[in-house]
Design a protein around this ligand. Sequence first.
Ligand SMILES: *Cc1c(COP(=O)(O)O)cnc(C)c1O
Length: 389
Amino acid sequence: MTDTATRARAVIDLDALRSNVRALRDRASGAELMVVVKADGYGHGAVRCARAAREAGAGWIGTALPEEAFALRAAGDTGRLMCWLWTPGGPWREAVERDVDVSVSGMWALREVVAAARECGRTARVQLKIDTGLGRNGCTPADWPELTRAARAAEAQGTVRVTGLWSHFACADEPGHPSIAAQLETFRTALAQAAGAGLDPEVRHISNTPALLTLPEARFDLVRTGIGVFGLSPVPDVGGPADFGLRPVMTLEASVASVKRVPGGHGVSYGHLYTTPGETTLALVPLGYADGVPRHASGGGPVMVAGKWRTVAGRVAMDQFVVDLGGDSAQVGERAVLFGPGDHGEPTAEDWARATGTIAYEIVTRISARVPRVYVGEREDTGTTGSGT
Ligand SMILES: *Cc1c(COP(=O)(O)O)cnc(C)c1O
């Protein structure tokens, strides 16, 4: 731990991450694994997590934004890398020059990537995306024949190579949802059409973590896993991390900044939403909504202090919140654990998600840059230990 991390820290367990990657690879049984590290690795630190994922055998890394992919290249990642969220004028040429696979969802994007490939005299790696029913990004089935034909023509001219055909599920976290079978059928039809147009991609893929865990028939050649790599379950009603051989990677903790005895009837934090029911001990935890602790956790977020679960007392403020220790005592500097793997009795990100009406994805991803990341389990030969991104 470094000096900057005395207030609070997100401890990132890279051994757990590697073990999760291996567990997910086993489950993919033959299909390749793409480890998704968008949004700074769901808050865990994209560069360190991508490196650890490669060490554990991830053949592909995925990001949403081109700049997220470029940051990995700048950090020395040389493996297969894909990004999918593009807007007109997007940095196509930089992506082509850096050998990043780019997603193309429509004719405008194909035109722009072909122009960029011509400009720099290289072949762009393109993955065509079909909207099989998510209703978000992706080419509609109606426009798919035109897009696949145009992509094939560009291949024949040497400006692009269609490396992948792909899609994304809407409800993979609800096993049995009728949209899943419908999307799979649409995807298979689109693959057949693309083959008919003469495309022969390296990889076909539609599965995210929930699909990998619950829908073996959807693996195709590659599965894209984000949340599972970080050790959280996308289907908490079906099973927790341990049920899938996964272990949470992030522990969010802080050092208690103040401990004091107060009489009963003492208001606590803004608006006095909480009033002490009797004489008690209050502990101040120096983390707030600026650090990504949800303000919705006011009066409800679980925190382990001095060996017991407590609840956020009153409002979460920008920088701090209070817990009521009841009859217990604690020392200033005592460790307060908001969430972790759960095996030392501490709450988990899933507990926070339940307490605040969201999903564990959001709980870890929203932890802001103000909280230092402290890496454990980093391999010696990378020459970088301690905190930072
Ligand atoms: C984020 C994302 C993933 C990873 O999803 P998880 O549920 O975290 O595994 C996969 N594919 C796309 C297109 C994504 O945006």
